[in-house]
Design a protein around this ligand. Sequence first.
Ligand code: SAM
Length: 418
Amino acid sequence: MTDIAGLATRRAALTMLDAVLRRGDALDQVEARACRHLELPEDKAMARAIAAETLRHMVDLDALIDARTRQPLADDAKARTVLRMMLAQALVLKTPAHAVVATGLELLSGGPRRLAHGVFGALMRGDPALPEKPTLPETVAQRWRDHWGDAMVEAASIGLAKAPPIDITLRDPETAAHPGGTELIPGHIRLSESGPVPAMPGYAEGAWWVQNISAALPARLLGNGAGRSVYDLCAAPGGKTMQLAVKGWQVTALDLSEKRNRRLSENLERTGLAANIITMDALRWQPEAQADAVLLDAPCTATGIFRRHPDVLHRISERDIADRAQLQAKMLEQAAAWLKPGGHLLYAVCSLEPEEGEAQIGQFLDAHSDFLINAVTPDELPDGLSPTDEGYVRILPHHLAELGGMDGFFIARMQREN
Ligand SMILES: C[S@@+](CC[C@H](N)C(=O)[O-])C[C@H]1O[C@@H](n2cnc3c(N)ncnc32)[C@H](O)[C@@H]1O
């Protein structure tokens, strides 16, 4: 029997959605396994796009489905997930309805095909539209409203509407070899085009790497290394390692993941930069000497990168936030001990949760009287972004919104006194 065209791609998307919604896995983590049967890169990209767009618009897709079902479908019913996917394809990815129906119903083979067919058909006859600003899941909206206010939730919803623009860090700010765009801060460009990165001018020669402007700030805040040593903790795939190496730091880059460290190696090779790479759990590492600086890009809930990874909106719970905060506190404790007196400790997370940011550093400073905040100054940041009263960098979805926004981040720079 020949398979329906595109069915394997939809199966892979369904596997990804199941893993995210039922098991709380990250989309990135499950993508390779879910797509292992797909040969063509464009099929893999399509499977990822179906899963990601379903998650981006899920609350509004559910509202459409609920308006057309007499008995509400269970939240985790396969028919609901398949209908969400079918609608995301038809309304967001503009896949022709016949292809959506043929593959969608086949996914429900032996299940409620007639129901799904009926609901999808009735909805499409009504010419449905999704709101311009996708609705955030209520638990997330409520949490962010409590922390940051209504305007932040509104900006997050606008930001969620589409994947963000691509930012790049130039190896040499004088280089001419890049695709062109808007300079956000010297050496960092927001590209005016999207598309396959490896084919863009300068990429293969190592003239630049992809790095959201928010993620580019922590390493910048350590300044020039002039041969001094830095421990780059949780370093892979190496965006910050490369920035530090360019600035003359002697970098020791440590990460738990062998696979991600392989990407770090490839990135260093492509850009012609060097670092000492260590694959190990940061909690078990024991360096031989203290360093002049430590950059801790701590593992976090990653809720700040919800535009590129909308799965975080559906799988991160209060419990996850508390667990991550606990891990970060342990890592901070270690990092602090590995720093020479007078050295700088740079802490960063791509999270919009204060437990992983302001509260984390507040507790650290309370417990470490030998560490002081080294306040970030406005001239160290892109126009449109200012340090907080405490001297931290807190990046929210409204920052640089007119240029396409920034990833949510928290950054603190501290100095060890003795
Ligand atoms: C936010 S990413 C790092 C991004 C990287 N700093 C960059 O700029 O390209 C977090 C990293 O933490 C690593 N990680 C998580 N837990 C770790 C641990 N216990 N020890 C070391 N690395 C860990 C992950 O493998 C992941 O690569």
